[in-house]
Design a protein around this ligand. Structure first.
Ligand code: EPZ
Length: 417
């Protein structure tokens, strides 16, 4: 099994190009099934989650051609199945988007309960509630979510929790429902806006994406589309935090600085310099950043996906810091691994207290999920000696060429068998 070997001590410097947003792309690929016309998606990240989704499309009878490593042409007209297979579905969370897409197009879907990162309980009751409210019969039995609807009918849906996945899934199904759907307490992530723009370019009528009320007027048919995925704000945040933690000087290219505001604001609060210019952002690290308290929240709050990475940065801060994880019940699995590297962190419920100015030392660690894996890379970069990260498949699920990008910035990182 491949592992990542990192020798600590290098400050990252140089320029890194940010890839397309994973969490928008993983919704667009299933969403392509809502039309029978040709779909082309550009700026797709070259990551494992995308390759798995493409395998699922092929299994469902859809013709797919890679026109470049980041451009996919999809011909959804040949769709002839509505049951994505368990072996592929279990590999990623986003396979739940086949529920909304297939029931919208086909009137039925049978999707195994999805896999993905283990962040504690990850219920999908809001997805189910939304699809049922649109008039679908939804049954969960033998590990399968079965959804069936002769005709979906628009309605008002108030989400009990702000959920990215449920907002998008309901939006997909409602796009082909009869009449008007209103999603209230919707999530506002930029990826949701990007998926809405993708669908609108096909002829959908979605208004209000990016606010907490989304209004969708169903349409009978959708047309062809060519769409470019927005930049990945979480990948960008990863390199911003890596630059800050290593005391480096990194320019990120192809970003939307506005989407990075929650991260930029927190880094500036920690006395780390962040400069914005057009579609670039420059981060200049500081040997001992100021301590800070971080509370994760749905967008535009500080992203939960950067919680583990910012924890590594805070181990180097001047003073103690507190992180409160408000989105997922149990997203502190990385703490024990960081402690093995010398971090001094105490967890109580949803709160972690992080001692600053801690000397980290290289150690073998296991990537327990995608973002934790990236956090361990950053920890390895600032630790004394060698760090070996196992279970790196999690990292490759969501980061394009992370080894090459980090190495080009001066990191001593390589994949070993
Ligand atoms: C999306 O997951 C992202 N995944 C996650 O990114 C991200 O961490 C998360 O949003 C939060 O930003 C994809 O987009 C594929 P949620 P999702 O539904 O949609 C609760 C990464 O590293 N909830 O917004 O599954 C849930 O338990 C990944 O890239 C319900 O209670 O997350 C959580 O506490 C990991 N019932 C909260 O809502 C539901 O039906 C937010 O989850 C759905 C969610």
């Amino acid at each position: 099994m491949a592992r990542l070997h990192i020798t600590g001590g290098s400050a990252l410097t140089g320029t890194v190009k940010i890839s397309g947003a994973k969490n928008a792309a993983v919704a667009m690929i299933p969403a392509a099934l809502l039309t029978e016309a040709p779909v082309r998606i550009d700026n797709l990240p070259d990551i494992k989650d995308i390759r798995v989704l493409v395998e699922i499309l092929k299994y469902l009878g859809v013709k797919v051609i890679w026109q470049s490593p980041s451009a996919l042409a999809i011909d959804p007209s040949s769709l002839n199945r509505w049951q994505p297979p368990y072996d592929l579905v279990k590999m990623l969370r986003a396979s739940y988007y086949f529920l909304g897409a297939l029931v919208g197009r086909y009137g039925r879907a049978e999707v195994p309960v999805p896999g993905g990162c283990d962040l504690g309980p990850r219920p999908i009751d809001q997805h189910i509630k939304g699809l049922a409210a649109l008039g679908a019969d939804v049954n969960v039995e033998h590990g399968l979510i079965k959804v069936e609807a002769k005709k979906l009918k628009g309605t008002n849906i108030y989400l009990d929790v702000v959920s990215v996945g449920a907002t998008i899934n309901i939006m997909l199904a409602a796009t082909r429902a009869e009449g008007k759907t209103v999603i209230e307490n919707a999530a506002k992530e930029p990826e949701i806006v990007d998926v809405a723009n993708f669908l609108n370019a096909m002829g959908a009528k979605i208004r209000g994406a990016g606010t907490d009320v989304i209004r969708i007027t169903g349409v009978d048919n959708l047309g062809p589309v060519t769409h470019t995925v927005i930049p990945d704000r979480i990948e960008a945040g990863t390199y911003m935090i890596a630059a800050a933690a290593t005391g480096g000087d990194v320019v990120l290219q192809d970003v939307i600085p506005k989407h990075l505001d929650p991260i930029t604001a927190k880094l500036r609060e920690m006395e780390i310099e962040v400069e914005e210019a057009g579609d670039k952002i420059r981060v200049l690290g500081n040997t001992y950043p100021a301590a800070a308290d971080i509370k994760t929240f749905p967008y535009p709050g500080f992203p939960t996906d950067l919680q583990s990475l910012s924890m590594v940065l805070l181990t180097q801060a001047e003073g103690n810091s507190v992180i409160t994880e408000n989105v997922f019940e149990n997203r502190f699995k990385h703490v024990d691994e960081l402690k093995r590297m010398g971090a001094k962190i105490k967890v109580e419920g949803r709160t972690a207290l992080i001692e600053g100015r801690t000397r980290l030392t290289g150690a073998p660690v296991k990537a327990c999920d995608l973002r934790a894996g990236a956090a361990f890379i950053i920890a390895g970069l600032i630790a004394e000696g060698e760090t070996v990260i196992s279970d790196i498949n999690h990292i490759y699920r969501g980061y394009e060429k992370i080894c090459e990008k980090m190495a080009a910035l001066g990191a001593q990182i390589k994949e070993i068998e």
